[in-house]
Structure formats: structure tokens, C-alpha cells
Design a binder for this molecule. Structure first.
Ligand code: ANZ
Ligand code: ZN
Length: 883
């Protein structure tokens, strides 16, 4: 006999061991069934998993377990995104070697992951810092180099002079390094880049094919790629005002229609013309130097005050040689975009308007919104960037802005100065090539050698991997690889002379740009992939991760997949067929009376009247319940998965995580909610045991006919089966859980009616059809919750007397004829008096209900043969006929 309470602490490790022993989650590449690849973004081995991981992996696990039950050959692997800065910081702060630190963390986190009961194929596990992994990454780097997809390029970078490293734009805050606080310098340095821009157009267009991606993620990618169609225009410069050797200024504009509203020209501080003008102008040189100190991050530029410096140079309007415009150096013009130069039209561009308002250059509106009187249309503080008709624009007047764009482009294209057209249509992309050089130790070494005679020499394939030395020190700033006494000194593979290794390592985004492909055959020692296997197992059917990776990681992976195709490692373009971005786990905050924050486990919550009251458990002092926020160390509003699993079990944590919110929204972690999940788990356990007991007398064979109760139960079971199946397929897990609860209630009611509660002393006399239906219902119930609470479901499976593991059982077959719609009975009134009732399908629409009502004899009689004037239907409640 089973005990009354389900003991998760005892059962969970037991079932985990059973799954392991039989290796039921190991995927075979030669399995003939259709494959389904589900993947969650692999974790960084920080040392501990956090509750967000639990959510992420639970979502994936539900899909993996469901698809396995549906008969697919499911691939559900796990690994470690193991390179990166924290390992070096640990080395500096705690004097532990990055490698040891990383692998220790992996060990600890793996144990934690196992305790969640995930259906993972651990046989495929790898860490990106394994030489056996990064060896192939180095090989692909060399392949990309040969294919012209990797290059060395002089690049302007943010240099942190204290940490002695390149910083990403996001790491420059108010012009200073995010860690060191040092003023960041703009430097030109040789950097390795991947030529992602070769695929700009393709990466953009293919977004349309990704119909199982969230729209917002596709939009973010689209904006990041940033395609704009515009015109390059060569403005002649007035020779009298222009430094020797300069004669024209080329700009990029998406609004050639606004040319007659131009008030000034602006160039980037590092534009060659600015440099030339600064030669004899110390004040300008100082202004340029000041601009360069500012960060280059877009957000920084967008919010910084617009600043400009008049160079004294004048540009000539392309449609009027007597019209000249002042040329400014401006801090909001970027050298990296377009041509690093613009014409400014303040009436129709906010930045330009802010600029002229500051420098008193005025504005002339040239596009008038439809319905506005051109005579009274003025711009003061807000630029107008919408559509309209051209005004104040000579030959363009009266045209739509669209037509004006075309007209200007046509005219300037056919106008020639010095053998070249003045205007040229141009498509520009915001996307830049991907700079992958990092001056860091704990990353994948870039496999090239610098030789004084032969220049850059690729490491021969047979010498791979270039492994990281382990005897490194972190006692001085900068790159420990560079400091190493011997590592970088090698003989040139070409001439044999003294040469040095590249000491830059790859951006860790490279590591995560192809791991999903490696999972298909991680055992291949000679190549990154086994194309025939990778092409069969890829793409990932469902990828799941945080929205913080919606842009870079996904874009880089899409690029990498194309680059791997170009170099023969894969033969598809898109790596992820379905993408899902999960919400965060958030928690309320607790502010202590004296200031500072209390963590949830230090706080006791009581329900007081209509509200809740919190006190410190230790002292009884009151605590202020603060806002619900993203879990963070600083606010101390975190919960530790180990604690939760230790006290409630993994199934409870999984259930709660899935139940409370749609998976793409934030879920508020609350102790009350977890307790509710835990109680429900116990309820399921009792329910299944009672059903097992009741079903004992059931015949083996399916009865030929079913009574009312049995039939109703069967309808509920198959209805739930139908809803939960489609719910899981649509990732509407919270809805699935509600369906399961509802079905559990029906089962409980049926049991109660059958009088089979275990406390009954008399053996109940159950009809065989009902006994059979109870056993069927309990079996379906267990299978329905098995993806969410896999351990409990195994225990229940056993209690029901089934053999084998529910984790290996096929998903139940839906009996479609049990799904016929349920009906509702509606009272019918005629002129306020009840005249009868109609029975209609519960999903029936108004026309059907009206027809049914008018067909009632009682209604016909009351109306006396006249047509009804009006029929008022209160859904699910009542129908009123007005005669
Ligand atoms: C004149 C103009 C008039 C513009 C107007 C806009 C509105 P997107 O859509 O992002 O491609 N621009 C061009 N190069 C720039 C640079 N290097 N730094 C800063 N701004 C630059 O934006 C194109 C517009 O951004 C261009 O069209 C240009 O300003 C500006 F009513 O030209 B426009
Ligand atoms: Zn050489």
C-alpha cells in the first residue's frame, strides 16, 4: 500500500537514478524516427544555477518530454558556455586558476541541474573551454579566413588604459570604462572581424521566413541590421573657404526630398575634412579632441547634448550655386555610418532642429502635412518627420514627399560633375562587421602567427588546437596570454624564423554561435560537425532563452550557420526554426527598518486583514514590503533553487514556475504560490491512489457501453488530453496547468460520487464501466502532468500498476468522438416572461441561438405569429425575445 503523503525528497533522486540507469534520454543519431531538437540557451558556469535557469530549462523539458511521448526522436542536450571574464576576475580576486574555477563550477551546477529532473542527454555534454571543442572553432576560423569571411582590419575601438583592454560600446559609461572607471580612449587597432555584413541583406530578408519567432525579436533584429535606402550626394565646397586639397563633401541622406530645407552641413569629428580643417585651427582641434573622449555607444550619442563647431567651410547647394551652407563638425554625426557627413534639415529631423535652435540657424519647413495650411505651418521645437506635400521647394512644390525623393534622385543622378554623377542611390546598413578580438586570456585563442617576414600566417590545421597555457599569472593588468614568458614565441610555420602567436582571443559570442551544431555529433574528433548528421538533426526546432539575447546571440548564430554552410560544415541557413523568449522570475522586495534589504528567507509573511504584513523572523521587527522586481543580489530578493528543491522538491518548483503566468511574461515568485503548488502535488497523489483503488475491479477489456458518469468522465479526460496537447504545442503552459486542475476536479467529483473514498469501510460496488473509466482517467491525468512533474508521475504510474516508465510511455490516443461539444441550457423569456428553455452547443454563436429560440413552439405562440422585434442574448445566461 502506498503512504498518504508523497515524499518528493525520497522519490525524486530515486527516479533520476532510474532514468540514468536506463539512459532513456540518450538520443541516437541513427534513430529512424522523425527528429525533434529542443534546446535551451546553455548556461555560463558562474557557480550556481539561479531560478531563471530553472524556469528556462523547465520550459524546454516540458516540450522535450511531450515530444518524446509523441514518438519523436528528441534531441535535448546541455553544455556550458564556459569562457569569459568572470573566470579571470575570480583568478585575480581569489587566486584560483580560471580553468579550475570553471570546471569546479560546472561540476557543482551539473549536480544542481540533475536535481531538477531534466530529460537531458548528458552524453553530449561539453564546455566551450574544452580544447576538444575550441579546436574545431579554430579550424572554422581558418576556414572563414580562407573564404574571406574573417579578416584583420584597422578599427576604431574603445581602449581602457587601466584594464588595458578593448571595451564594447556598452561597457563605456559616461566616457569611462565600466570596471576601471578610467577615461576611455578612442584608438585605431588591428582587430579580427567576421564579415557578417556580407550577409546583411540575407539576414534581413530571411527574418520573414522565421514565422515561429516572436515578432518583437524579429523587429529587434530588423532594426539592428538597419537597412535604409537613400542617396549619396556630392556637395561642392566653396574653394575660398576650403583647406587645400579638399573640394567636395559627400553625404548620405534618406530624405533627399528635404534638400530645400537644408540649413547646414555636419561632419563627424574624425572625418578627414574635419582633420584637414583642424590643422590650422587649434580651437577646432580642441573641440574634436573633446568629442572623441565621449563614448561611442548609440545611447550615449542620442542623449548627449548636440554640439557643433563651425569650420568656416561653405558647401554649395546642389540645385543652386549661389546658395551656400556652413559646414560644422558635430558630435552627433558618426564616422562609421554612411559617409560620416550629412546635410541638416531642421524642420524635419529632431537632431537637426535641436542643433539649429542652439546655433541660431533657423528652419524652413518643406513638407506640409496633409490638411495643414502651408501658409501657417511652422516648426518650433518639434520636427515633423511624417508624410505630406512639398512646399518652399521650387520645382518640387506640390509633389508628395515620396515623389520628391524620386525627382531629386533622378535629377542628381543625371547631373555630372568631374565625370561623376552628383547623386547616387545607395542602400546602407547599420550592421557592422563583428569584431571578435578580445585582449583576454580566458577565451579561444585566435590561431594565427605574426611573422616579421611573412606577416600573418595561419596556424596549420594539423597544429590545432592552439591551447591556452595553464601557468599564467594575473598580477598585472592586461592580457595574461601576452605576459606569458614563452607561450607566444614560436617558429613561423612558413619561413621557420622567429615569430609570435596572436594573443587576442575570440569574443565569447563566437563560442555560442555554433554549439547547437556541435551537439549533433560532439564525438567527432576530426571536424566541427559531421555534416550528414548535423543536416539531419538541425535546425533546432524549439530554442528557448532570455530576451536579452534577442539581438546579438541570435544574429551571430544566424551568421555562423551561413558561414558554416559556405565552408562545408552545414547545409542550411537558419539554425533555429522556433524561438521562444521567456519572461523573468521576479520577487517582491523587503526593506528593513534601518535601511538595507532583507532576503525572503529572513522574512515571515502574515495575512493581516485585506493586506499582508512582513516581519523579520529573527527579531519580529516589521519589514516594509517593497516593489516586485527582477531578482538581484543587491536587493536580496533572490531565492535559491537548492533551497526550494530541498524543501518542496523539484516537481513543485517546476509546477509553480509553469502555472502562474504565460511563459513569455514575468512570473512573480511567492512562497504562498509555491505552497499552493506543493498542496496540489499532494492532492494529485491522493487522487491517483484513490482512482487506482477504485479501478482495481475494472475489467481489462474496454467495456462496450458506458453509463452517464463514466461517459462524462471520459469526455472530461479526452477533452483535457486534447486541450493540454495543443496547449503544450503552443507553449501555453499556464493554460495547460489550468486544464489539468479542472480535469483533476472532475475526477475527484466522480470519485466522490462513486463513494469510493478510501475511508469507506465497505468495499464499494463499482460498475465495471465506471471502474474502467476511473482507471483510464487517472492514467491520462498522470500522463498529462508527467512533462511538468516527471518524478511524481513515475510514482503515480507505478501506483496505477503500469509497467515501465511513464517517461517512456506513448502519449495517450485521443478518442475524437468524445470531444463533441458540450451543451448549455438557456432560459428563454418573451417580453419578460419565461416561456421555455433551449439547449445549444456551448460554443454556439448568436445566429444559431436565435434560430433555436425562434423554433420553440412556446415562443412562436407567445409572439402570436408576428416576427420578433429584437432578441437579446446574455451569453451563457438567458435569452430575451422582444415581440
Ligand atoms: C537629411 C535629412 C533630412 C535626414 C531629414 C533625415 C531627415 P537612417 O534612416 O538611420 O539611415 N545621417 C546620415 N549619416 C549619418 C551619420 N553618419 N551620423 C548621423 N546621422 C547620419 O538615417 C539616415 C539619416 O540620418 C540621413 O538622412 C541623415 O540625415 C542622417 F529631414 O539627411 B538625413
Ligand atoms: Zn615567416
Amino acid at each position: 500500500m502506498t503512504s498518504d503523503r508523497y515524499n518528493a525528497r525520497d522519490a525524486e533522486p530515486r527516479w533520476q537514478a532510474a532514468w540514468d540507469e536506463q539512459a532513456i534520454f540518450a538520443t541516437k543519431n541513427d534513430d529512424p524516427r522523425e527528429k525533434y531538437y529542443v534546446l535551451e540557451m546553455f548556461p555560463y558556469p558562474s557557480g550556481r544555477i539561479h531560478i531563471g535557469h530553472v524556469r528556462n530549462y523547465t520550459l524546454g523539458d516540458v516540450i522535450a518530454r511531450y515530444m518524446r511521448a509523441k514518438g519523436y526522436n528528441v534531441l535535448h542536450p546541455m553544455g556550458w558556455d564556459a569562457f569569459g571574464l568572470p573566470a579571470e576576475n575570480a583568478a585575480i580576486e581569489r587566486k584560483v586558476a580560471p580553468k579550475a574555477w570553471t570546471y569546479d563550477n560546472i561540476k557543482a551546477m551539473k549536480k544542481q541541474l540533475r536535481s531538477i529532473g531534466l530529460s537531458l542527454d548528458w552524453a553530449r555534454e561539453f564546455a566551450t573551454c574544452d580544447p576538444a571543442y575550441y579546436k574545431h572553432q579554430q579550424k572554422m576560423f581558418l576556414d572563414f579566413l580562407r573564404a574571406g569571411l574573417a579578416e584583420r582590419e584597422k578599427r576604431k575601438i574603445n581602449w581602457d588604459p587601466v584594464d588595458m583592454t578593448v571595451l564594447a560600446n556598452e561597457q563605456v559609461i559616461d566616457g569611462r570604462g565600466w570596471r576601471s572607471g578610467a577615461v576611455v580612449e578612442q584608438r585605431e587597432m588591428n582587430q579580427w572581424v567576421f564579415k557578417i555584413t556580407k550577409y546583411s541583406q540575407e539576414l534581413l530578408e530571411a527574418l520573414d521566413t522565421l514565422d515561429r519567432w516572436p515578432d518583437k525579436v524579429r523587429l529587434m533584429q530588423r532594426n539592428w541590421i538597419g537597412r535604409s535606402e537613400g542617396l549619396l550626394i556630392r556637395f561642392a565646397l566653396d574653394p575660398a573657404t576650403t583647406p587645400a586639397g579638399e573640394s567636395e563633401l559627400k553625404i548620405f541622406t534618406t530624405r533627399p526630398d528635404t534638400l530645400f530645407g537644408a540649413k547646414f552641413m555636419a561632419i563627424a569629428p574624425d572625418h578627414p575634412l574635419a582633420q584637414a580643417a583642424a590643422k590650422n585651427n587649434p580651437a577646432l582641434a580642441a573641440f574634436i579632441a573633446e568629442c572623441k573622449q565621449r563614448g561611442t555607444a548609440q545611447a550615449e550619442i542620442d542623449t548627449a547634448e548636440k554640439m557643433g563647431f563651425d569650420t568656416g567651410i561653405r558647401a554649395i547647394h546642389p540645385f543652386d550655386e549661389n546658395w551656400t551652407l556652413p559646414v560644422y563638425v558635430a558630435n552627433f554625426v558618426l564616422m562609421e555610418y554612411g559617409t560620416g557627413a550629412i546635410f541638416g534639415c531642421p524642420a524635419h529631423d529632431q537632431r537637426d532642429l535641436d542643433f539649429v535652435n542652439k546655433y541660431g540657424l533657423g528652419n524652413t519647413p518643406v513638407v506640409c502635412p496633409e490638411g495643414q495650411d502651408p501658409a501657417s505651418f511652422v516648426i518650433t521645437d518639434t520636427a515633423y518627420d511624417g508624410d505630406g506635400r512639398m512646399i518652399n521647394s521650387r520645382f518640387l512644390d506640390g509633389m508628395t514627399a515620396e515623389a520628391a525623393k524620386e525627382e531629386v534622385a533622378k535629377r542628381l543622378e543625371s547631373e555630372v560633375r568631374g565625370n561623376m554623377p552628383v547623386g547616387e542611390r545607395k542602400v546602407n546598413f547599420r550592421l557592422r562587421d563583428w569584431g571578435i578580438s578580445r585582449q583576454r586570456y580566458w577565451g579561444c585563442p585566435i590561431p594565427v602567427i605574426h611573422c616579421p617576414t611573412c606577416d600573418v600566417v595561419p596556424v596549420p590545421d594539423e597544429d590545432l588546437p592552439v591551447t591556452l597555457p595553464e601557468d599564467v599569472t594575473f598580477d598585472k593588468p592586461g592580457n595574461a596570454l601576452d605576459h606569458h614568458p614563452t607561450w607566444k614565441h614560436v617558429a613561423c610555420p612558413q619561413c621557420g624564423g622567429n615569430a609570435t602567436r596572436e594573443t587576442d582571443t575570440m569574443d565569447t559570442f563566437v563560442d555560442s554561435s555554433w554549439y547547437f551544431a556541435r551537439f549533433t555529433d560532439p564525438w567527432n574528433e576530426t571536424a566541427p560537425t559531421t555534416p550528414e548528421i548535423a543536416n539531419r538533426m538541425m535546425p533546432v526546432d524549439q530554442y528557448i532563452g532570455g530576451v536579452e539575447h534577442a539581438i546579438l546571440h541570435l544574429l551571430y548564430s544566424r551568421f555562423f550557420t551561413r558561414a558554416m554552410k559556405a565552408t562545408g560544415h552545414l547545409s542550411m541557413d537558419e539554425p533555429f526554426r522556433g524561438m521562444f523568449t521567456q519572461g523573468m522570475v521576479v520577487h517582491e522586495t523587503y526593506r528593513k527598518p534601518g535601511g538595507g534589504w532583507a532576503s525572503p528567507d529572513e522574512v515571515r509573511i502574515e495575512v493581516a486583514g485585506s493586506g499582508r504584513r512582513a516581519t523579520l523572523t529573527a527579531t519580529g521587527e516589521p519589514v516594509e514590503i517593497g516593489a516586485v522586481e527582477k531578482m538581484s543580489k543587491s536587493k536580496r530578493n533572490t531565492v535559491d533553487p537548492d533551497d526550494i528543491i530541498g524543501s518542496y522538491g523539484a516537481d513543485t518548483a517546476r509546477w509553480f514556475m509553469l502555472s502562474d503566468s504565460p511563459p513569455d511574461r514575468d512570473v512573480i515568485w511567492s512562497e504562498e504560490g509555491v505552497q499552493g503548488a506543493s498542496r496540489f502535488m499532494q492532492r494529485l497523489w491522493r487522487l491517483v491512489n484513490e482512482s487506482a483503488e477504485a479501478g482495481k475491479t475494472a475489467p481489462q477489456a474496454k467495456p462496450a457501453a458506458f453509463g452517464t458518469d463514466a461517459l462524462a468522465l471520459r469526455k472530461a479526460a479526452h477533452g483535457a488530453l486534447d486541450k493540454v496537447s495543443t496547449g503544450i504545442e503552443r507553449l501555453h503552459f499556464n493554460v495547460c496547468l489550468a486544464n489539468i486542475r479542472e480535469f483533476a476536479n472532475t475526477l475527484a467529483e466522480t470519485l466522490a460520487r462513486a463513494g469510493t473514498r478510501k475511508s469507506d469501510l465497505v468495499e464499494p460496488d463499482l460498475a465495471p464501466d465506471l471502474a474502467w473509466s476511473l482507471r483510464e482517467a487517472a492514467t491520462i491525468l498522470v500522463q498529462l502532468f508527467s512533462p511538468m512533474m516527471p518524478h511524481l508521475s513515475e510514482e503515480c504510474w507505478q501506483a496505477l500498476g503500469h509497467t515501465g516508465l511513464v517517461s517512456e510511455a506513448r502519449w495517450p490516443q485521443i478518442e475524437r468522438d468524445l470531444l463533441v461539444e458540450n451543451t448549455v441550457k438557456l432560459p428563454v423569456q418573451v417580453n419578460g416572461k419565461k416561456r421555455g428553455e433551449v439547449t445549444v452547443a456551448s460554443g454556439a454563436g448568436n445566429p444559431e441561438i436565435e434560430a433555436a429560440v425562434l423554433a420553440l413552439d412556446a415562443v412562436k405562440q407567445s409572439l402570436g405569429g408576428k416576427p420578433a422585434r429584437k432578441i437579446i442574448i446574455v451569453p451563457q445566461r438567458i435569452v430575451n425575445v422582444v415581440g
